[in-house]
Write a protein that binds this ligand. Structure first.
Ligand code: DC
Length: 228
């Protein structure tokens, strides 16, 4: 590993992106939202006319291996590209959340994306956020954080976010989608979301974003040996 790698894992809506971006900006490290890569593959699969639930896994892997997925920019201006098209906004819909969760359970998709993520992390360090960063993508980093919050708190945050964008969803719908995604992401056979005991756990339910960021930064600071 050439640079510092900080892994931030946890369920959806827990604040990984907000915290990850702030930590990356403060440490001057690249920021990598790995969920955005699964979302871009999910969008590509949907555009091919493949419906949920995914039945033909080979067709999904075929789509995933022929698309060019890139994430660029720093924490302040991160963008996601699918075959050269900026899909940063289009991947943030509830429908693409469901597609992303579904494609992320396919081992061939995971192998490809986790391989790309690992290469990016080893090249120049970074703050990586996702579900399996500390267990599969860069398990050797000592800086691993597992963020948690109750599903109600997370659904409330997501509902506020979607409402601010004018998305027509009820709170009950957001809550039930989140429960379904939690279940799918933590029970899939390949690289499920799991605190394997190697993480520092941070319960964010009653903390502000700044408090979570401070905890992460001070833990990283304690773990980094001063030079010389
Ligand atoms: O973090 P997110 O909600 O944007 O992620 C979208 C989906 O991608 C999520 O349901 C689980 C999956 N994912 C994953 O399996 N592994 C990762 N490292 C990141 C995301």
């Amino acid at each position: 590993m050439k640079g510092l790698v900080v892994a931030i894992d946890g369920p959806s809506g827990v604040g990984k992106s907000t915290v990850g971006k702030a930590v990356a900006a403060r440490l001057g490290l690249p920021y990598l939202d790995t969920g955005a890569m699964y979302r871009a593959v999910g969008l590509a699969v949907k555009r091919k006319g493949i419906a949920l639930p995914l039945e033909d896994r080979e067709a999904v892997v075929a789509v995933a291996s022929h698309v060019d997925v890139r994430v660029t920019g720093s924490a302040a201006d991160a963008r996601t590209w699918l075959n050269g098209e900026d899909v940063s906004r289009e991947i943030r819909t509830p429908e693409i959340s469901a597609y992303a969760s579904a494609v992320s359970a396919v081992p061939g998709v995971r192998r490809r994306l986790a391989g790309m993520q690992r290469s990016l992390a080893l090249e120049g360090g970074g703050v990586l956020e996702g579900r399996d960063i500390g267990t599969k993508v860069v398990p050797e980093t000592p800086h691993k954080f597992f963020l948690t919050a109750t599903v109600e708190v997370r659904a409330r945050r997501r509902f506020a976010e979607l409402s601010a964008r004018g998305a027509p969803q009820t709170f009950a719908q957001v809550l039930s989608d989140m429960e379904a995604r939690d279940h799918a992401d933590s029970t899939r056979a390949d690289s499920p979301l799991l605190d394997d005991g190697t993480y520092a756990r941070v319960d964010t339910s009653a903390l502000s974003v700044e408090e979570v960021v401070d905890r992460v930064l001070s833990a990283v600071g304690r773990g980094v040996q001063p030079p010389g």
